[in-house]
Design a protein around this ligand. Structure first.
Ligand code: ADP
Ligand code: MG
Length: 677
């Protein structure tokens, strides 16, 4: 622990760097290394390069006008060099006086006509000081903790550890197998290199990345294997019911929908709970696959929960599932926060008595009062909108008397990039639909500057007159809900006064549920031509006749959100268009996003790009999720090591290696809290 070596004051500074334990401190790796092993001659230095120079001060000038400025000139046998400091303490300026020997390290200012270093690292050399024999580490700092203190802290920690042998490798056999150095040596070399060549350090860094990825794999694959220790109701496939349902559909299933269903069925036939993610681009038809699974669970005497992240989406699912399943004598009910208390009570009662087969709803489904009599399958749509805890809660809330847990099927229209499915999603199985139902036409995307919006109104009018429907999406304004409401309402007013002969409606998150329902139903039935909406329509809304979408201030939205929104059109056989309006000032990231969404329609490609742009932490919302993050490894760059770690973790888990727990505890600081026991 930190308090065994450091004062409270020091500990609070270390915390600012995210360091909570001695091991964290050792993982605070240098950002880079400087070669201070030799002194360069001033005559040999050139602009833009970094050098170490030693010379005698020949001139010092402190100025306060127009800006604070300290200029020091030093000279060696070959020439002179100016050192300049813009921010300095008076104690600093007093150090420099003519004749003093200064050793300075820094970059030669490429913009200056004379040889100059700005804010170099420097020391005053009193008695001849030997040069370091190896590379000098440079750390990320925080106020009150300089390079020297951090290095001293690290050294102190090493002394302590050397006494106690606490940094031994857990799996030395894997070092041999993968040709990796041992852990203690690696950490030592990373902080106190014995070499002068930065590339010599690479293998040590690689070792740490490997160890971290291994822990990560042990965590997620550990969860995966752990599930086999729980019991679940086996669901036996009933072909005649399945066929009856499939033949009642207004379409034929695609090959991939069938494959995914078969994968799910084979899981459901097991006596331990399924934990499967069904991923497929927006519009690929995941709902019907989930419904077929639900049907089998119900036929086997179980109940099914179907949870979606928004009321609008849950409501749509409810209507669709009711229409599909009522003819087969299956009772489908709806539950959300906006249902009245007495109605809720009735649902709770019927549910626990087993008189509801399928309950569709929002987060309301995971409340304590909601108890199924025999929950066999849980379906979670748009799973990335839910935290891990929420997903686990459903199961533990609803264990049956025989201690059975429900099978779990998650769905996502934000496809998981390959590296993530190998890491953060390694605790589940994944089924993928990567084709759209036949007859869909690719959506046309147009990027249009906001200043040209008026030109567009006539085009939209014509589009409506040809019998099409339009979504007009107003931006998310994170800073203020009031402002957001104002914006949609204004837009609605403006558009209403322009589109006199069209029916136009407004929908936003602040409306009452019943109001939203009516508006969606009217739009779906084709009685409204233009629907002005906030991003509440982002997920799941399904109106095949809506073939045009306008997105305002598209530059403010994230990639997956844009892709989801765009996926609301192109759901029928007609050609659809998505128009992205963008404002004046675009950041580089905003430009990147717009370019990516313009150039790509494939959700997998967009996800990959999004991951590159944002990194896994933000992509997955790791902070909120409670999942362990990676400190050193980068799954985008280190995918080769990821593959090795994955196979080694599998081996350790199957052989039930004794040191798995210790390795997890070393690398995953909140390890105890996250495991589900
Ligand atoms: P998502 O995968 O985005 O959740 P949905 O399940 O909402 O997609 O399906 C989108 C639309 O495609 C729905 O109207 C659905 O009924 C329809 N659909 C699903 N499968 C097929 C298919 N095989 N052929 C034609 N239409 C389909
Ligand atoms: Mg869906």
């Amino acid at each position: 622990m930190l308090d065994s070596l450091f004062t409270e004051n020091q500990i609070s500074k270390l915390r600012k760097l995210g360091i909570k334990s001695l091991f964290d401190l050792l993982l605070h790796l240098p950002l880079k290394y400087l070669d201070k092993t030799q002194i360069d001659l001033i005559q040999d230095i050139s602009p833009g390069g970094s050098y170490q120079i030693q010379g005698k001060v020949t001139y010092v000038k402190t100025a306060y006008q127009p800006r604070k400025n300290l200029t020091v000139v030093i000279e060696d046998a070959t020439g002179s060099l100016q050192l300049r400091f813009l921010n300095f303490y008076s104690s600093q300026s007093r150090q420099f006086s003519e004749g003093v020997i200064v050793r300075a390290y820094g970059e030669v200012n490429p913009k200056s006509l004379i040889k100059e270093m700005i804010h170099p690292d420097y020391e005053i050399i009193v008695t001849d000081k030997p040069l370091p024999k190896c590379l000098t580490p440079i750390y990320a700092l925080t106020r009150g903790l300089g390079q020297k203190s951090i290095l001293n802290f690290v050294k102190k920690t090493f002394d302590q550890i050397a006494k106690k042998d606490t940094l031994l490798d857990h799996f030395p056999e894997l070092n041999i197998k993968r040709n990796l150095p041992d852990l203690t040596k690696s950490l030592r070399e990373l902080h106190m290199p014995s070499s002068t060549k930065p590339e010599d350090i690479d293998p040590y860094r690689k070792k740490l990345i490997y160890d971290e990825l291994l822990a990560h794999q042990l965590f997620f694959r550990g969860l995966y294997h752990q599930q086999k220790n729980y019991i679940a109701k086996k669901i036996i496939f009933d072909r005649s019911l399945h066929d009856a349902f499939v033949s009642s559909l207004e379409f034929t299933l695609t090959g991939q929908q069938e494959n995914c269903f078969n994968e799910i069925m084979s899981d459901l036939g097991c006596s331990f709970p399924m934990n499967r993610l069904l991923q497929g681009d927006v519009g690929s038809g995941k709902t019907v696959v989930a419904t077929m699974a639900a049907l089998q669970a119900i036929k086997n005497g179980g109940q099914v929960g179907f949870m979606a992240p928004t009321e609008i989406l849950a409501e749509q699912h409810y209507i669709k599932l009711r229409d599909w399943l009522n003819p087969l004598n299956i009772s489908v009910e709806f539950l959300s926060g906006s249902i009245s208390a007495p109605e809720k009570k009735i649902i709770y009662e019927r549910l626990v008595e087993g008189r509801i087969d399928l309950l569709v709803g929002t987060h309301a489904l995971i409340q304590d009062k909601v108890r199924f009599k025999s929950l066999a399958l849980y379906i979670i749509d748009e799973q990335h909108r839910f935290g891990v805890e929420q997903r686990l809660q459903i199961r533990s809330n609803n264990k049956t008397r025989a201690h059975e847990e429900a099978h779990q099927l998650m769905m996502s229209a934000t496809p998981i990039p390959r590296t993530l499915s190998m890491s953060y999603f390694a605790d589940m199985d994944i089924s993928t639909i990567n084709e759209l139902p036949p007859g869909r036409q690719p959506i046309k995307t147009k990027l249009i500057s906001d200043s040209r919006r008026n030109d567009l109104l006539t085009i939209i009018q014509k589009h409506c007159n040809e019998g099409n429907q339009v979504y007009w999406v107003c931006p998310l304004i994170e800073e203020s809900e009031v402002l957001q409401l104002e914006t949609v309402e204004n837009t609605f007013q403006q558009l209403s006064s322009f589109f006199k002969s069209q029916t136009i409606a407004l929908i936003h998150g602040k409306m009452k549920q019943s109001e939203k329902e009516t508006i969606m139903q009217t739009f779906k039935a084709g009685h409204t031509q233009i629907l002005v909406a906030t991003t509440v329509i982002e997920v799941g809304v399904d109106v095949p006749n809506a073939t045009m979408m306008i997105i305002e201030n598209a530059e403010r939205m994230g990639l997956s959100q844009l892709h989801q929104l765009r996926g609301r059109v192109g759901r029928g056989s007609k050609q659809s268009t998505c128009i992205l309006f963008y404002g004046k000032k675009l950041t580089d990231t905003a430009k990147d996003r717009l370019r990516i969404i313009y150039e790509n329609t494939d959700g997998f490609k967009i996800s990959e790009e999004d991951l590159k742009l944002r990194g896994p932490g933000e992509f997955l919302g790791l902070k909120q999720s409670g999942l362990p993050s990676l400190k050193i490894a980068n799954i985008n760059k280190d995918d080769d090591l990821l593959a090795l770690a994955k196979s080694d973790a599998e081996y350790l888990l199957t052989t039930k290696h004794n040191d798995i727990q210790s390795h997890l505890q070393r690398w995953i600081s909140d390890y105890q809290e996250i495991t589900r026991t």
